[in-house]
Design a binder for this molecule. Structure first.
Ligand SMILES: C[S@@+](CC[C@H](N)C(=O)[O-])C[C@H]1O[C@@H](n2cnc3c(N)ncnc32)[C@H](O)[C@@H]1O
Length: 297
């Protein structure tokens, strides 16, 4: 029977030979998943034998990864903003750059008590759940066109004890919110932003495994951003923020969309760890005279 160290090495070598990135970490994560061990337990167990059942599961996981299935889907979770989130093929795997969006929302709402925030296209609930966890006085409305995604988001909200402060609504962008009497302090969205014509050039892991609805924008890359720029004033309170994630290189076009309109001000961007402008934010400057006093939260 192989030891844990031998099994790890075999997996590492197999994945390296196939050109899989981060083969050592991937093999460790898959072996830990097969053995149901945390990192500390794993490193203590290196000289222990791997039972047959765990070995078979490990080989299965290695095979799935070799076929391109993302690691997060195989193990069923991904860390985001320090939270362990459940993920599967119903939702996009939350990305580190989306943490910049969450940090921007938190920063812009620092002076607002009991903020009400919308997370449009919530997917796994990464944005909604982390805002609710990190701002215990916040309430969140999370929407998605995909009812399957909303099931995952709900499970994550329950897992992190914030389900009572998040309302989940199915529908197209802001449609489920419009008419609901909401006056939001922020509308946050990480929309699909790959142009339809560029979808064929996406890495295989994304193209074949992540939901197309989550990745590919209808028509051109900024089409969803443009719809949100138009629609957000209908649900923001005056002074409320629209906060959008963008693809690398897309920020100037989204900034232009906002600057073209007289009713947004304080248009600004935030950069990700690689230096790309990844988040565009703007404040809704004007509204009708009653928009802020209807108490409609
Ligand atoms: C890029 S993913 C973002 C998921 C999650 N917010 C995150 O940051 O990890 C985009 C999400 O928007 C949803 N979506 C796409 N088009 C939509 C639409 N027209 N209305 C509502 N949700 C939409 C997708 O189902 C997907 O969950």
């Amino acid at each position: 029977m192989r030891t844990v160290a031998e099994a790890w090495q075999a997996g590492r070598e197999h994945l390296t030979a196939l050109g899989i990135e981060e083969a050592a970490v991937t093999a460790e994560v898959l072996l830990r998943h097969a053995l149901d061990l945390n990192r500390t337990q794993f490193h203590i167990a290196v000289n222990q034998p791997v039972p047959d059942g765990a070995w078979a599961r490990y080989l299965g996981y290695i095979g799935e990864r070799a076929r391109g299935r993302p690691l997060a889907y195989i193990v069923g979770h991904r860390e985001f903003m320090g939270l362990d989130l459940l993920v599967d093929e119903r939702v996009l795997i939350p990305r580190p750059e989306t943490e910049v969006l969450v940090e921007t929302v938190l920063e812009l709402l620092r002076g607002t008590t009991s903020p009400v925030v919308a997370d449009i296209g919530t997917g796994s609930g990464a944005i909604a759940v982390s805002v609710a966890v990190l701002r215990p006085d916040a309430r969140v409305v999370a929407t998605d066109l995909s009812c399957e995604a909303l099931e995952v988001a709900r499970a994550n909200a329950t897992r992190h004890g914030v389900a009572e402060r998040i309302i989940f609504l199915a529908g197209d962008l802001l449609d489920p919110v419009v008419g609901g009497g909401w006056r939001l302090d922020a509308v946050a969205c990480n929309p699909p932003y790959v142009a339809a014509e560029a979808a064929a050039g996406l890495p295989r892991e994304i193209r074949e495994f992540e939901p197309k609805l989550a990745v590919v924008a209808p028509g051109y890359g900024e089409s969803v951003h443009a719809r949100l720029v138009d629609a957000a004033p209908g649900v923001l309170r005056p002074g409320g923020w629209l906060v959008l994630e963008v693809a690398a290189g897309q920020a100037p076009r989204v900034v232009e969309l906002l600057n073209k309109r007289a009713d947004y001000e304080a248009v600004q961007t935030r950069r990700d760890g690689l230096g790309w402008e990844r988040v565009v934010a703007a404040r809704w400057a004007t509204g009708d005279c009653c928009a802020g006093i209807d108490g409609g939260r």
